[in-house]
Design a protein around this ligand. Structure first.
Ligand code: FAD
Length: 504
């Protein structure tokens, strides 16, 4: 039953053809067969951000939803496999740890694995190694190996979890092809004005520079940092999180590949931010995300170039941004997906996930022309909370440092935290408890990897961990570690796997 006066949406207009625009178009293209027109407007003259290269495992679900053959996708986007992120120099200069995808060991009789590990470590009876030794993705990453997980839940290989590094421009082109095959209409043109209903204030059409007008009932704003519809036309305010995440610029440059193909992203902390290294099949993506209040542009550019392993392929490109998000991501008949809605730096490769999350939630709450305020409010509630949860996880990396070698790190180490993160840290610092909120992206395993990786040791552990006799715990840990090590050793190298299955 629909609300009085409401009907089916028959015209969807997407403004913007970056990763967000084409992911949205590919997902909504299934509506075309049901009589809905889906039009995407993009401007080649303006171009895209085009540096989203590292992803997290949820992208596999999105690709599966679209029926994408994974090997074909890896070939088409020159992708490599990603088992996690190596963080260098975050706690102290010279330190390194891995935040892997997947799980650590397995829980025993309701007691979390990390509690058993903490208890063993505290007992002093034999070194249990690092928590990463109990995660197959971490061990395989360190050995430069990769295989797809086994479907057999009894197999250690079933615990492996992975994502991709890919060429974002090639991914957008791949999705464009799928979307156009399914009937999405692409319009090349520059949006210069937005028409609104004088009474309702909702968007009725976008005007192009060449005089064409494209009308619709539902508008998806994928116009990137410009936020043409949600920000400019509907005036939804932007809340900055710069006081917690001061990085506001980046230099990006690809370089020639050198050495083995590592199956992980590298994030190296630097004087006023951090540098990324993302290996693709044909090149390496590099960047320096920095705070312009703490380093000048030339010095940041020099630091990036000095840290490259291979020759730079072209001149570095600068990007500017502010961490934060719009106060509502769905307003009237417009939904912002991608950078038009908000930005969180790519430290945990979450932007493309947030795009995907916006799309799947839009599909779950797909409106009719009545635009139920309850549905809109629910969309905003869950999406805004997800942004905050990701924000907290990113802030943790900056705050949990012992570095004091630059004003930037001094600021990060001593800054006041959001209450939500503060209470998570307090819970952890007692008995190493980590709870996952409903809908939260990062699992307790992720929090544990980063908390321990950055040297935030809890005072104690769960008393239930002592229920298992000490000797039994030690044997269990040794067995898990051994199984993981043997499984990783038997995997092909990352390069061998790609050559056998999906070389570009
Ligand atoms: P854009 O790529 O900017 O696309 C905007 C589109 O709107 C373009 O097609 C443009 O032509 C169009 N447009 C704009 N104005 C008009 C107009 N007036 N008329 C018509 N069309 C218009 N994400 C990750 O998940 N992993 C990463 O590793 C990662 N690294 C990043 C590194 C940096 C430094 C930055 C800044 C971002 C990174 N991101 C990463 C984020 C990622 O790049 C974006 O989330 C992703 O590219 C989506 O961008 P978008 O489609 O929202 O915007």
């Amino acid at each position: 039953m629909s609300e009085a006066g409401s009907g089916r949406i028959t015209k969807v207009v997407i403004v913007g053809g970056g990763t967000a625009g084409w992911m949205t178009a590919a997902a909504l293209s299934r509506l075309v067969a049901g009589g809905v027109s889906v039009t995407l407007v993009e401007s080649e003259e303006i171009g895209t951000v085009g540096v989203g290269e590292a992803t997290i495992p949820s992208l596999l679900d999105f690709n599966r939803m679209l029926g994408i053959d994974e090997d074909a996708f890896v070939r088409a986007t020159s992708a490599t496999f990603k088992l996690g992120i190596e963080f260098r120099d975050w706690t102290r200069l010279g330190d390194a740890y891995l935040h892997p995808f997947g799980t650590h060991g397995r829980d025993v009789e309701g007691v979390s694995f990390h509690q058993l590990w903490l208890r063993q470590r505290a007992s002093g009876a034999g070194d249990p190694g690092s928590i990463g030794d109990y995660c197959l993705s971490a061990v395989a990453a360190r050995r430069g190996r990769f295989n797809r997980p086994s479907a057999n839940p009894q197999s250690v290989l079933s615990t492996l979890s992975y994502a991709f590094h890919f060429d974002a421009a090639l991914y957008a082109a791949f999705l464009r092809n799928l979307a156009e095959q399914d009937g999405v209409v692409r319009v090349e043109g520059r949006v210069v004005a937005v028409d609104k209903d004088p009474d309702a204030g909702s968007i009725t059409a976008v005007q192009l520079a060449d005089g064409r007008s494209i009308d619709g009932e539902l508008f998806i704003d994928c116009s990137g940092f410009r936020s043409l519809l949600l920000g400019d036309a509907l005036r939804v305010p932007f809340t900055s999180w710069q006081h917690w995440l001061p990085c506001d610029r980046a230099w990006a440059v690809p370089s020639a590949r050198q050495g083995p193909l590592t199956p992980y992203t590298r994030a190296t902390a630097d004087t006023a931010g951090w540098r990324w290294r993302i290996p693709l099949q044909h090149r390496v993506g590099n960047g320096y995300v920095y705070s312009s209040a703490h380093i000048d542009d030339d010095a940041a550019r020099d630091a990036l170039l000095a840290g490259l392993e291979g020759t730079a392929l072209g001149e570095p490109r600068q990007l500017r941004f502010v961490a934060g998000r719009r106060d509502r991501l769905w307003e009237k008949n417009c939904i912002a997906i991608g950078l038009s809605g908000g930005f969180l730096e790519p430290l945990e490769s979450t932007s493309i996930h947030l795009i995907q999350s916006g799309i799947t939630r839009l599909m779950t709450l797909f409106p009719d022309t009545g635009f139920s305020t309850v549905e809109t409010a629910e969309y905003n509630r869950v999406m805004l909370r997800e942004y905050e949860q990701v924000r907290d996880f990113i802030i943790l990396h900056y705050h949990a440092t012992q570095r004091s070698d630059s004003p930037f790190w001094e600021h990060c180490r001593t800054m006041a935290l959001p209450e939500s993160l503060q209470s998570k840290l307090e819970l952890w610092s007692g008995k190493a408890r980590v709870f996952r909120e409903q809908g939260e992206l990062f699992t307790p395993d992720s929090w544990i990897a980063v908390l321990l990786g950055q040297g935030i040791d809890p005072q104690s552990f769960d008393p239930l961990a002592a229920v298992l006799p000490a000797g039994e715990t030690a044997r269990f840990l040794a067995h898990v570690r051994d199984m993981i090590d043997k499984t990783a050793a038997a995997m092909p190298t990352h390069e061998q796997f790609i050559a056998q299955h999906c070389a570009a």
